[in-house]
Structure formats: structure tokens, C-alpha cells
Write a protein that binds this ligand. Structure first.
Ligand code: SAH
Ligand code: DHB
Ligand code: MG
Length: 222
């Protein structure tokens, strides 16, 4: 079992289930050309986010960690009529690339990209007192995942779905002695999640062209 095989299978599945899409391809290409890290979700993962948001009939989506807007475009395309997506990004350069990609996708009117560290922009967003989010995707700095989850919960309603990316990290998440601050952040999130009575959650390990990782899906119950 190897990254090469996982990538071959990802490409096979993409060929069957994900029509080639000039806008999404451009989002990846322009991100790479601008020197952004190549860590966007894969096409199949983007499609999963799209399907989950559709299942939620989401009108309000929150994303933490925009990068070049690839996952943003997938989710924004799932928005119900009059829906809006708020996406939070700390890096000016990433946000600039994302804005262009979102514009190319014709989604500038529905995507509200906010520049700044999420621990600063989230309290502001919460203070605005908008309607709760229907769907949340947490995919920024892993160190603060537990905090992001707590903010997501504050802006949720019963029925909100929260997806957290990169929670397995090649299995390192199960290593209690890890010195990796990102993995420690995920472990702290897992501990908070375990004692959070308001949600029901599961974590799925994944392999694919991005290697061995996984995601958590949490459903807000009350
Ligand atoms: N969701 C994107 C990938 C996000 S990569 C996709 O799948 O297409 C993680 C992003 O989080 C990077 O762009 C990084 O700059 C951003 N980030 C890191 N720390 C952050 C913080 N404190 N606040 C907001 N964004 C942050
Ligand atoms: C990294 C971040 C991500 O959001 C991701 O999906 C993969 C890798 C990283 O920081 O290495
Ligand atoms: Mg990620």
C-alpha cells in the first residue's frame, strides 16, 4: 500500500465521479503558481464537503482556513438560494489568491472572505449575531482546532454539521507522547469533543493522493 496506489485510485474515482471543471482546476493552478502550500482538499474530499452541505440544505456555511479558495468554491456551490459562506483566512497572500478564484467561480456575491487570524475574527463574527451556521468546515492551523470547534458550537443550532480536517496525521494522533504541536492541538480537540454532550461525532481515517489522514464529522444535537 503506497501513496502511489492511493493516488491512482483517487484519479480513477475522480474520473468517474468528478467532471473536469475549469474553475476548480484554475483555483489549484493559480494557488500553486502563487507559491501557496499544496494542501487543499482533494477533489473527492471537496465533493464530500459539497454533498454534506447539500444534505444540510445549508444557507449559512462557515469555513476556517481558506487557502486559495478551493474548498470554499466546492461548498459555496452547495449553498441553497440566498445562502452565504463566510471564510476566514490569516494570510494576506492566500486571501488575495482566493478572492480571484472565488470571483472566477462567480461566487464573490455569496462568499464573505475575512482576513485575519481566526481567533480574532471569530469573536467579531459571533458578536454580529447572525443566524446560526448550518455547516462548518474547520481547516486552519491545527494548534487551535479545539478553540475553533468551541466557536463553531457557539454559532451552531441543533442539526448543524461540523467537519474538521486533518485529524489523523499519518496515525500520529494516537501517539500520546507526540511533540508535534499540530497533533497536540488535534488531541486537545479530541478530548474536548469526547466530553461535549451537545454533539455526536465520528472520525474516519482516509488515504488518497494527500496521504494518510482523516476527518471528524460532528452533528450538533442540542
Ligand atoms: N480549506 C483549504 C485549505 C486550508 S489550508 C482547502 O481545502 O482548499 C489552511 C489555511 O489556514 C492556510 O491558508 C493558512 O494560511 C490558514 N491559517 C493558518 N492559521 C490561521 C489562523 N490563525 N487564522 C485563519 N487562517 C489561518
Ligand atoms: C496541512 C494542512 C492541511 O489543511 C491539510 O489538509 C494538509 C496538510 C499541513 O499544514 O501540513
Ligand atoms: Mg486540510
Amino acid at each position: 500500500m503506497s501513496l502511489e496506489l492511493w493516488t491512482t485510485v483517487d484519479r480513477y474515482i475522480e474520473g468517474l465521479q468528478i467532471p473536469s471543471d475549469a474553475v476548480l482546476d484554475a483555483a489549484i493552478a493559480t494557488s500553486a503558481a502563487a507559491g501557496l502550500p499544496e494542501i487543499a482538499v482533494t477533489p473527492s474530499q471537496g465533493k464530500l464537503l459539497y454533498l454534506l452541505a447539500k444534505m444540510q440544505e445549508a444557507r449559512r456555511i462557515l469555513e476556517i482556513g481558506t487557502l486559495g479558495g478551493y474548498s470554499t468554491i466546492w461548498m459555496a456551490r452547495a449553498l441553497a438560494a440566498k445562502g452565504r459562506l463566510v471564510t476566514l483566512e490569516a494570510e494576506k497572500n492566500h486571501a488575495a489568491v482566493a478572492r480571484k478564484n472565488i470571483a472566477r467561480a462567480g461566487l464573490s456575491e455569496v462568499v464573505d472572505l475575512r482576513l485575519g487570524r481566526a481567533l480574532r475574527t471569530l469573536p467579531k463574527l459571533a458578536e454580529e449575531g447572525g443566524a446560526p451556521f448550518d455547516f462548518v468546515f474547520i481547516d486552519a492551523d491545527k494548534e487551535n482546532t479545539a478553540e475553533y470547534f468551541a466557536w463553531a458550537l457557539r454559532m451552531s443550532r441543533p442539526g448543524t454539521a461540523i467537519v474538521v480536517d486533518n485529524v489523523i496525521r499519518e496515525g500520529e494522533v494516537a501517539n500520546g507522547g507526540t511533540t508535534d504541536a499540530s497533533v497536540q492541538g488535534i488531541r486537545r480537540f479530541n478530548e474536548a469533543l469526547a466530553i461535549e454532550a451537545r454533539v455526536s461525532a465520528t472520525t474516519i481515517q482516509t488515504v488518497g493522493s494527500k496521504g494518510y489522514d482523516g476527518f471528524t464529522l460532528a452533528l450538533v444535537l442540542s
